[in-house]
Design a protein around this ligand. Structure first.
Ligand SMILES: Nc1ncnc2c1ncn2[C@@H]1O[C@H](COP(=O)(O)OP(=O)(O)OP(=O)(O)O)[C@@H](O)[C@H]1O
Length: 221
């Protein structure tokens, strides 16, 4: 079964069309990127995939079902646009932030248990960030913050990871390290990835599908 299918989807903001006949099929284990000019509709397409927006025509399915339901069940890890900027001044530690990625397992009104803290420590270890566990997120560099956001997105072991321009504001070495981590999860855990990027694609060796959005249409390159 395909992980994401979008069939003849259309979407407009207050009568202004953004997606016209959006068609996309992403299979398990794909590392897919979505590129396009500023304002082409990349974030809008991701919101349709996440079930935050609903197409006026056509359909979107994740694992063959309704995207909103899948997102609520934490089968999707998501790193939204500008996540680094949103962290500045946020008074939470790295560990607290990554724990929020387990809220479905912990329960909204319960305290985390040792098993949850262990999962967080293991995931931060995979990101090379365990020693920063007790640091406030705003004290870290952009690259480190984005690795924390990745740990938060992956700690619940989702089957699909969606990222919206995750490398904005990161230096080239941090971008390389970030892509290496993504590639290892894609290869070893067969994590399916859909990423919007403006970056140079050659920096990331593991990408196997490239989709371009132009004038509301999505085409594979
Ligand atoms: N909530 C909204 N209400 C009205 N128009 C919107 C809204 N969000 C986005 N748009 C418009 O829809 C179009 C597509 O926006 P979107 O953010 O999806 O593009 P994008 O390709 O992700 O752009 P960027 O690369 O700049 O992030 C743009 O013209 C944008 O101004």
């Amino acid at each position: 079964m395909s992980v994401i299918t979008m069939k003849d989807a259309e979407f407009s903001y207050e009568g202004a069309p953004v997606i016209c006949r959006g068609n996309l099929r992403i299979e398990e284990g794909d590392f897919a990127v979505l590129v396009g000019e500023n304002g082409a509709g990349k974030s809008t397409l991701l919101k349709l995939v996440l079930g935050e927006l609903t197409p006026s025509v056509g359909e979107v399915r994740i694992f063959g079902t309704d995207p909103g339901k899948v997102f609520k069940n934490c089968q999707i890890g998501y790193i939204p646009q500008n996540s680094i900027a949103l962290n500045q001044g946020f008074p939470a530690t790295v560990e607290e932030i990554v724990l929020t990625g387990l809220y479905a397992q912990i329960g909204r009104f319960h305290f985390p248990k040792a098993v949850h803290r262990k999962k967080v420590a293991e995931m931060l270890g995979r990101m090379g960030m365990e020693e920063y566990r007790k640091c406030r997120i705003g004290e870290l560099s952009g690259g480190q913050q984005q690795r924390v956001m990745l740990a938060r997105a992956l700690v619940g072991e989702p089957s699909l990871l969606i990222l919206d321009e995750p490398t904005t504001g990161m230096d080239s070495k941090s971008i390389e390290e970030f892509y290496e981590i993504l590639c290892s999860f894609n290869r070893e855990a067969r994590l399916t990835i859909l990423m919007v990027t403006h970056g140079a694609l050659r920096e990331c060796q593991g990408i196997n599908r490239i989709f371009r959005i132009e004038e509301g249409r999505v085409a594979e390159e």
